[in-house]
Ligand binder design. Structure first.
Ligand SMILES: Nc1ncnc2c1ncn2[C@@H]1O[C@H](COP(=O)(O)OP(=O)(O)O)[C@@H](O)[C@H]1O
Ligand SMILES: [Mg+2]
Length: 307
C-alpha cells in the first residue's frame, strides 16, 4: 500500500473536518426542526378550539332571536293610525308587551353566551400569540450568551410543551428551584429541554397500566453547577441501549431519526456541560439530566445575582 503524502493527509483531514461540521449543523437543524414541529403542533391544537368557537358563534348568530324585533316593528307599522287601539284591544297587539319582554330576555341571554364565547376565543388567540412569541424569542439565535434566569427558561419550555402534554394526558410535575442569574445560551438549553420532553412523551405512549408522569427538576448541585432533570415513568431503556442513545442515528422508533439526543449532547458539551441518562431498564422509566456550569454574569453584584 502506498503511504499517503503529507499533502494528501492534510486534504483528507480537511475533508473530514468539513464532514464533521456538516454533521453538527444537520444535528442542530434536526433539533430546531423538532422545536418548530412542536410549536406548529401546539398552534394547531389551539386553532382547533378557535375553529370550534367560531362555529358556535356562527350558529348563535344564525339562530338569533334578533329578527323578532323587526317583526314587532312591522306589526306596529301596519297600524299607523290606530296604534293605541291595536295594543289595547287587538289580541295580537295585546300580546305585544309580553312578547317584547320575552324577546328582551332571550336577547340578553344570547348576548351573555356570545360574550362568553368571544372571551374564550380571544383567550385562545392570545395563547397562540404567546406560543409564537416564545418561539420567536429563540429563533434565529446562534450561540449567544446572555444573562438569564434558568427557572424562567424552564417555564418557557413548559409553555412550549404544555398544550400537547395535556392532550397526551401526561401529568407534568415541576420541582423548580431559583438559580442565580447566569450567563445562558438560551437557545441551546431550550432546544435540549424540548427534545428531552418530546422523547419522554413518546416513551409514555405505550404505557397504559399507570398514569403518565413527567417530572421536571431544576436545582443547584453546588455553587458551580446546576442540574436540570427530565424524568418519565415510561418505557425505559435497556442496559445495552443506555450507552447508545446519544449516538448519531440511534433510534428504536419506527418514525425516529436518532438525531435528537445526539444534537442535545453536542449542545451540552458546547456549553461546558454534560447530558447523562439513567434508567432501571425496560418498563422502568428514564431520567435525563443536563448539568451546566453556573457562570455568573460579569460585573453583576451578588445581591442581584441571587435575586
Ligand atoms: N425518555 C426516554 N425513554 C426511553 N427511551 C428513550 C427516551 N429518550 C430517548 N430514548 C431512546 O433513545 C433513542 C434516540 O432518541 P433521539 O436521539 O431523540 O432520536 P429519536 O427520538 O428520533 O428516536 C430513542 O429512539 C429511544 O430508543
Ligand atoms: Mg427524539
Amino acid at each position: 500500500m502506498k503511504i499517503p503524502s503529507p499533502r494528501q493527509l492534510a486534504k483528507v483531514n480537511d475533508e473530514l473536518r468539513e464532514a464533521q461540521a456538516e454533521l453538527v449543523t444537520t444535528a442542530r437543524r434536526a433539533g430546531m426542526a423538532e422545536i418548530a414541529t412542536n410549536v406548529l403542533h401546539n398552534v394547531g391544537n389551539v386553532l382547533n378550539s378557535v375553529n370550534v368557537s367560531a362555529q358556535v358563534l356562527f350558529d348563535k348568530v344564525q339562530t338569533s332571536k334578533g329578527p323578532g324585533v323587526a317583526k314587532v316593528v312591522q306589526l306596529l307599522k301596519e297600524h299607523p293610525d290606530d296604534l293605541g287601539d291595536f295594543i289595547s284591544s287587538d289580541p295580537k297587539g295585546r300580546a305585544l308587551p309580553d312578547y317584547l319582554g320575552k324577546l328582551a330576555d332571550a336577547l340578553a341571554t344570547e348576548q351573555q353566551a356570545m360574550i362568553a364565547e368571544l372571551t374564550q376565543l380571544s383567550r385562545r388567540v392570545d395563547h397562540i400569540k404567546d406560543i409564537v412569541a416564545t418561539q420567536q424569542s429563540y429563533a434565529g439565535y446562534s450561540s449567544v450568551l446572555e444573562p438569564g434566569l434558568l427557572r424562567e427558561l424552564v417555564e418557557d419550555v413548559v409553555r412550549i410543551s404544555g398544550v400537547s402534554l395535556v392532550r397526551h394526558k401526561v401529568t407534568l410535575v415541576q420541582e423548580l428551584n431559583d438559580i442565580p442569574m447566569m450567563s445562558l445560551d438560551k437557545h441551546k438549553v431550550l432546544q435540549i429541554l424540548v427534545n428531552l420532553i418530546n422523547n419522554a412523551k413518546q416513551a409514555l405512549v405505550s404505557v397504559t397500566d399507570r398514569p403518565s408522569h413527567i417530572t421536571l427538576r431544576l436545582k443547584a448541585v453546588d455553587d458551580t453547577r446546576v442540574r436540570i432533570e427530565v424524568e418519565d415513568n415510561g418505557e425505559g431503556i435497556s442496559a445495552e441501549n443506555l450507552t447508545r442513545v446519544f449516538e448519531h442515528g440511534f433510534t428504536t422508533r419506527p418514525d425516529g431519526h436518532g438525531f435528537g439526543l445526539h444534537s442535545c449532547i453536542l449542545a451540552a458539551h458546547e456549553m461546558g456541560g454534560d447530558l447523562t441518562v439513567q434508567s432501571a431498564g425496560p418498563g422502568k422509566g428514564a431520567l435525563f439530566a443536563l448539568e451546566l456550569p453556573i457562570t455568573l454574569v460579569p460585573g453583576q453584584s451578588q445581591k442581584a445575582a441571587t435575586r
